[in-house]
Design a protein around this ligand. Structure first.
Ligand SMILES: O=C([S-])c1cc(C(=O)S)c[n+]([C@@H]2O[C@H](COP(=O)(O)O)[C@@H](O)[C@H]2O)c1
Ligand code: NI
Length: 450
């Protein structure tokens, strides 16, 4: 299953809106707290609650700073006059360098660290440009620093837990006018946001709404993590998460996060189900079937196979090409060691894709490898009917298992990403967790006595 995250930013994007929307997609508060503790950052509390924006129910994520606001560094008073927007606080500044060290030296997993560092780097680059200083010397406002560190790492923790193949963001809608920050009154979009829009070619829509809809943290998340901007032609929305912004606008100030399943087989199955032609849910057992994207029994379909032999392309370049092919929608890619003409050790890069994606695959192969020619042919493939079921492990964790069948025999294959996450959460071995998942699926489908 190809699982993409789509962030619909029609009311802009901020760090707290992103985390709220992602938790609403199913990341447990306890898990988020447990992971955030690995940062060893004091002086704050998080709160996840429900709120309504223009009567639309949404998750609300708050970072509450403790009174003594413990982050080291110098401190000074700072206040903003005027417009009933006054506030005064004591704060210190925290450099990009310090924040990077905090994240790097934490016990967060490497993917979360990498994502968080990338977001901070994108923001720091923009701030460096705005304030005319080297990136390493960029200082984040103290209140903003703790808030941004928590928002950014929390977003990365949620994204890692939810496990997407890629992230898409819509164009970012922005308001107009001015806003207050530590620098005093600044224009909307905030200078750092505008720099990110330019640097990362973020499509934006300026609206007549009064106020700031995109914060630097939100822009940083979108700029650092967006891999695609165009919605796939066909997809099924598997789940929706709604995150609330803090301000009130005439429109509902929400960020909607959607899990898109772009597997075309799932798309047709959903359509069939909507038409009432397929209903294979089973009731009454201890584990509920949560999602169900079945494939018609005995499915046979046509795929395109592209192949090219290369003897002058580095392993790094080939690995990257394979990644690009998968991102563009390849069903699978392989690199097979071969001996080519003149006894040259080489690789055959093989790509399997949907016929409609042939041209895209060719473009990637010619752009990302040293190949100057390729073979392509259509093949019929036979695939087992399958459905995804969600089962509960003995420790309470929910995981997805693929159920396939052939001539009445059932096979259960746990979803790799869920196994990985469950192993990490429970600190147990992969085979143990897989066995529990298979047993739970078997019990769910066949009962104790089979
Ligand atoms: O604190 C700093 S350095 C700061 C810089 C800028 C620039 O655009 S430069 C903007 N702001 C404003 O701070 C708040 C909070 O933003 P978060 O991303 O931390 O949520 C927002 O209103 C920005 O416009 C702060
Ligand atoms: Ni200051």
């Amino acid at each position: 299953m190809s699982r993409k995250l789509y962030l619909e930013c029609y009311s802009g994007i901020s760090g707290d809106m992103t985390v709220a929307a992602l938790t609403d997609l199913g990341v447990e508060e306890a898990f988020l707290r447990q992971e955030l503790a690995k940062l060893h950052l004091d002086g704050y509390e998080i709160k996840i609650s429900r709120t309504k924006k223009n009567q639309i129910t949404a998750a609300d994520f708050d970072v509450i700073l403790k009174e003594d606001g413990e982050m080291h560094g110098h401190s000074h008073d700072h206040s903003h006059p005027g417009e009933g927007h006054e506030h005064s606080h004591s704060h210190s500044h925290n450099s990009y360098k310090e924040i990077s060290e905090l994240i790097s030296q934490s016990e967060l997993n490497s993917r979360v660290k990498e994502m968080s560092l990338k977001i901070f780097h994108v923001i720091a680059e923009a701030e460096a440009k705005v304030h005319g200083m080297p990136v390493d010397q960029v200082h984040f406002h103290e209140v903003g620093a703790v808030d941004s560190i928590v928002d950014i790492t929390a977003a990365a923790i949620c994204l890692d837990k939810l496990g997407f193949d890629s992230i898409l963001t819509s164009e970012l809608w922005e308001g107009k006018g001015t806003t207050w920050c530590q620098h005093g009154r600044i224009p909307v979009p905030a200078p750092a946001v505008l720099e990110m829009m330019a640097d990362h070619r973020i499509p934006v829509k300026f609206t007549p709404v009064e106020g700031e809809m995109i914060t630097p943290t939100g822009a940083g998340i979108a700029a650092a993590l967006t891999a695609e901007r165009k919605l796939p032609e066909r997809f099924v929305v598997e789940k929706v998460g709604v995150g609330a912004g803090k301000k009130d606008f005439p429109h509902a100030n929400i960020l909607r996060a959607m899990i898109l399943n772009t597997d075309t087989d799932a798309v047709s199955e959903k359509k069939e189900k909507a038409a009432g032609s397929t209903e294979n849910r089973k009731n009454g057992a201890d584990n509920a079937v949560k999602t169900n994207q079945g494939i018609a029994a005995g499915s046979l379909n046509t795929v395109t196979v592209l192949e090219t032999n290369v003897d002058d392309c580095s392993g790094e370049q080939l690995g990257y090409a394979m990644e690009c092919l998968l991102r563009e929608g390849a069903l699978d890619t392989s690199c097979i060691p071969v001996y080519m003409k003149k006894n040259r050790p080489a690789y055959m890069l093989q790509v399997i894709c949907r016929p409609k994606d042939e041209e895209k695959m060719e473009t990637v192969i010619f752009r990302e490898t040293t190949s100057i020619g390729l073979r392509k042919y259509r093949e019929e493939r036979s695939i087992l009917p399958r459905e995804i079921i969600t089962v509960t492990l003995p420790d309470g964790q929910e995981v997805r298992v693929k159920k396939c069948s052939h001539h009445g025999q059932e096979f259960f294959y746990p979803e790799y990403e869920d196994m990985k996450a469950a192993c990490r959460t429970a600190d147990r071995s992969f085979p143990e967790i897989c066995k529990e998942a298979v047993d739970a699926a078997d019990k769910r489908m066949n009962g104790d006595g089979k």
